[in-house]
Design a protein around this ligand. Structure first.
Ligand SMILES: NC(=O)c1ccc[n+]([C@@H]2O[C@H](COP(=O)([O-])OP(=O)(O)OC[C@H]3O[C@@H](n4cnc5c(N)ncnc54)[C@H](OP(=O)(O)O)[C@@H]3O)[C@@H](O)[C@H]2O)c1
Length: 244
């Protein structure tokens, strides 16, 4: 990020968003952290000097409150997100709607709200926390679709704002040790890839911002999965069926 920096972090109350708040505060950014849980937000706010905003991004009121916060931001980090794992046929319709609303619609709405201010100032940085699941994962079809959609959205916005002083960065983490898996209702039970810390993702995110990178996989070697999928989809699906 380019100081002085005023940043809004959705999902700032926990996991990756909270770790990003720590890194940005250490770099001298003024922060707004957004989430639903006041106590967790307050804990992050007290250690980072951030202002806490309680808003549910799945509601029109919460989205409007969050959009109001984007007016002056140089950096918008879209980290709020939830997962859901299981057979699609057993997934409740409200769960489908919740994942799409939080993981995809909210970043779209907040980007739309942030762009006029960024354009007027001739500078801005947009960050989207997608997932390696964007390549497609059996048992996580809706989640994977929201994360692939988010990646395509970011790619499209990047083309739209080219030459306007606004950068767009997509972060695609693998498995990260956060409360994400408790909330999705199924623990992370794979031995490979092993889980990394939220602080590792935050470091990669800030590094990508500083280098002006369009996309970063964390850990970086995970980009192999996306490259294999792009180059030889048949081979990718054979591997995916075998190893999940
Ligand atoms: N953990 C992983 O393995 C992993 C891997 C790849 C990508 N990701 C992505 O990383 C992002 C952050 O996840 P995490 O691992 O840090 O999980 P986390 O610790 O569970 O954090 C999720 C964040 O989203 C916020 N949130 C949830 N529902 C919300 C709502 N309706 N309105 C507003 N905020 C809401 C939560 O805030 P409140 O609880 O305060 O509402 C929390 O701050 C997500 O987009 C996730 O898809 C995670």
């Amino acid at each position: 990020m380019r100081p002085p920096c005023q940043a809004l972090i959705t999902g700032g109350s926990s996991g990756i968003g909270a770790a990003v708040a720590d890194k940005l505060a250490a770099a001298g950014c003024r922060l707004v952290v957004l989430g639903r849980d006041f106590d967790r937000l307050d804990a992050v706010a007290s250690r980072t000097g951030a202002r806490a905003v309680v808003a549910d991004l799945c509601t029109p009121e919460g989205l409007a409150r969050a959009a109001d916060e984007t007016a002056d931001v140089d950096l918008l980090v879209n980290s709020a997100g939830v997962g859901w794992a299981g057979d699609l046929a057993t997934m409740g319709e409200p769960d489908i709607d919740r994942l799409v609303a939080l993981n995809l619609t909210a970043p779209m709405r907040l980007t739309r709200a942030a762009l006029p201010g960024m354009r007027a100032r001739g500078r801005g940085q947009l960050v989207y926390v997608s997932s390696i699941a964007a390549v497609g994962v059996g048992g996580e079809s809706v989640y994977a679709a929201t994360k692939a959609g988010l990646r395509a959205f970011a790619d499209s916005v990047r083309l739209e704002v080219a030459g306007e002083g606004i950068s767009v960065t997509t972060v695609l983490p693998g498995a990260v040790r956060t409360p994400f898996f408790d909330h999705r209702g199924l623990p992370y039970d794979r031995h490979f890839p092993r889980q990394i810390d939220a602080a590792d993702v935050a470091s990669a995110l800030v590094g990508a911002l500083e280098q002006g990178e369009a996309e970063v996989f964390v850990p970086r070697w995970l980009s192999v999965a996306a490259r294999v999928r792009g180059a030889t989809p048949q081979l990718f699906y054979r591997f995916a069926q075998r190893f999940g």
